[in-house]
Design a protein around this ligand. Structure first.
Ligand SMILES: [Zn+2]
Length: 284
């Protein structure tokens, strides 16, 4: 069904149906046990800081079951750990996991498009270098709060290339691992490559990062087979403000703005490219 051809009432009914379906499936014994099994095999908690752009859907892009990856979204993936609510959410999240013996893998993401600069992040006025610089600033804040030794919280700067849905991991010394350049046969050497990329990463965290990359390699292959249209980058027609929208487990339908920035006028309105971004999102 092409949801974009439906009336707004039909779309609202559809959203409610999706939520009910997701809830029923999420609470089913099968899904519950699958999540428990995944977490038993991969206990590191995974949190992703990301842009509210509807195309950035890391569970879909890594073939990870719903409920494993904790998303934190804002305009452009811009965050400041000094924001009171964000600081509180992250500190509580880390504390909850650590007290049960788990580590935390934190992906701090920016996004861009290889095919066209203007399919990049409107929150940064399509300036990918500025977006990368911002993610590194967040990483320094995370290290200031949770430690430079990375023994418990491991932050990674991670690009998301939206033409292929590819993850690009930035290593400790600046080198990168681009999942779109990895063949399915790269599996056998991937652990070793991650060890070189992140020499101080605890073994357990590396073991839990691995399925995300392997899932991403498989997803990229699917995306390439599907030959999807790239010029419909902003087809979002919903604006969601707050948390708890994981039932929208599908890309490019909603702008999801977390309640983290003390100034919500910025992500939900704003000027220049951001205004243009919002206008395009609602006209399409
Ligand atoms: Zn963005």
């Amino acid at each position: 069904m092409d949801i974009h051809s439906k009336t707004i009432h039909q779309r609202i009914d559809w959203v409610l149906e999706v939520a009910q379906r997701h809830s029923a499936s999420y609470c089913s014994p099968e899904e519950f046990l699958a999540r428990e099994r995944y977490l038993a095999e991969h206990p590191s908690a995974i949190v992703v800081l990301k842009c509210m752009d509807g195309r950035i859907n890391i569970p879909v892009a890594t073939n990870t079951p719903p409920g494993i990856i904790q998303p934190i979204r804002n305009l452009g993936g811009m965050f400041n750990l000094g924001w009171p609510h964000l600081g509180e959410v992250l500190a509580n999240f880390v504390h909850d996991k650590v007290t049960t013996g788990r580590r935390v893998l934190m992906l701090i993401t920016y996004h861009f498009s290889r095919g066209d600069k203007h399919r990049g992040c409107a929150g940064f006025c399509f300036d990918t270098e500025a977006a990368i610089a911002h993610t590194y600033a967040i990483k320094r804040q995370v290290e200031h709060v949770f430690g430079l030794g990375h023994g418990t919280v491991y932050p990674i700067v991670c690009g998301f290339e939206t033409d292929d849905d590819a993850l690009i991991l930035h290593g400790a010394s600046g080198e990168v691992l681009d999942a779109s350049r990895l063949a399915p046969g790269a599996e056998s050497t991937l652990s070793l490559r991650l060890e070189t990329l992140f020499p101080d990463m605890p073994n357990q965290v590396r073991h839990d990062l691995l399925p995300l990359i392997l899932g991403n390699i498989a997803h990229i292959a699917e995306v390439k087979r599907a030959a999807r249209t790239l010029d419909i980058e902003h087809r979002e027609w919903m604006m969601c403000v707050g948390r708890g929208f994981d039932f929208l487990h599908m890309p490019n339908l909603a702008l999801i703005i977390g309640p983290y920035s003390p100034d919500l006028a910025d992500p939900s309105g704003g000027g220049d490219c951001r205004e243009q971004y919002a206008r395009r999102a609602y006209s399409g």
